[in-house]
Ligand binder design. Structure first.
Ligand SMILES: [Fe+2]
Length: 337
């Protein structure tokens, strides 16, 4: 069972949840050869509970996991910031993760994050697996925590993003910490969008559907970590794509539509066609009496409306005529419509 221990279901924390985007992610995870993922969404992402609500609606339960129609198995989870700096992964049933997320509500903003010890005290109330996410990522201070605290962890995350940047450093440091603590090291891609899936994964010899079995297989070391030869390229491309999609959103565009419309919209109007404005000019006879002139303009406008045009302006000329300008309806500046 090829499992990715660290993934996200949204492009970014502050962007709204999109079912289409999430569907795309899960489809691509399967296409990348993964059998299962741990969905370790940021605990303070927008619409955390809606993401899980959607998953519960669209999947069927198998053991502790949620099985999607495309065969992708999801181990529910969450990634939580700690006050010292660093991220902690937790894996449990969807109900447990949702409850923990609600209990962490007062601690979701910087300045209010729980310190590691208090977070572990909370986690200890539940039957969950807890891991240190990318322990050697810049800005994180997990390795500097007291040993007795670190021993409360269940696993360490050899993170695909860090492996892609400096494989030797990430592997040496993470495995050394794992040996010091006597804890298994597993791996996750940390992807927020599809191209990063498969850069690293943890391949178990058996299929797993419960957390107790997952714990047993991890402790038995019944897995191997595989790193894609293209990992560095995947992570770099993912970074570029993420920035571009976020920029589209910041400019008021629909990044999901831009991302997903490629193949389906081959016959759609081009950008130039979308922004083109079609005008028509109509000349009518001038009437000296204002009410008659207004009636003539209205008659011409009604006639043009039936042809799909709307009046933009009307000008009376010195040669006893009036010039009316019409614009084709629906051809205004209408980006991404
Ligand atoms: Fe992450």
């Amino acid at each position: 069972m090829k499992l990715d221990f660290h993934t996200h279901g949204k492009l970014a924390k502050r962007l709204p949840f999109s079912t289409q985007y999430t569907d795309w992610l899960f489809e691509e995870a399967r296409n990348a050869g993964l059998d299962a993922i741990c969905l370790t969404e940021h605990f303070n992402t927008l619409q955390f509970d809606e993401l899980y609500g959607y998953l519960l609606e669209t999947s069927r339960r198998e053991g502790d996991t949620l099985l999607l129609p495309n065969g992708l198995r999801i181990f529910p989870g969450m990634e939580t910031d700690i006050a010292e700096g660093g991220h902690v992964l937790s894996l449990g049933t969807a109900e447990t993760i949702l409850e923990l997320n609600r209990r962490l509500a007062p601690h979701k903003q910087p300045g209010h994050f729980l310190p590691f010890e208090r977070l572990m005290d909370l986690f200890q109330e539940y039957d969950i697996l807890v891991g240190a996410a990318h322990p050697y990522r810049e800005g994180g201070h997990i390795p500097a925590l007291p040993l007795e605290q670190l021993k409360r962890l269940d696993f360490l995350d050899l993170n695909g993003k860090d492996v892609a940047e400096d494989r030797q450093r990430a592997e040496t440091l993470t495995h050394t910490l794992g040996e010091r603590l006597g804890k298994p090291v597993v791996s996750g891609s940390d992807t927020h969008q599809a191209v990063q899936y498969g850069c690293i994964c943890t391949d178990f010899s058996a299929g797993i559907t419960t957390f107790s079995e997952l714990r047993r297989q991890m402790l038995a070391g019944a897995y191997r970590i595989t790193v894609s030869e293209r990992a560095a390229f995947q992570v770099k491309t993912a970074g570029v794509l993420k920035r571009a999609l976020k920029e589209i959103h910041a400019l008021g565009g629909d990044y999901v539509k831009v991302l997903l419309s490629g193949e389906k919209d081959k016959n759609a109007r081009s950008f130039n066609e979308r922004i083109a404005v079609t005008h028509e000019t109509v000349v009518i006879d001038y009437s000296p009496r204002a009410d008659q002139m207004a009636w003539k303009i209205r008659e011409a406008a009604d006639d043009m409306a039936r042809k799909g045009f709307e009046l933009v302006s009307a000008t009376a000329t010195g040669s006893a005529k009036a010039i009316l300008i019409f614009r084709k309806k629906g051809t205004g500046l209408n980006f991404l419509s």
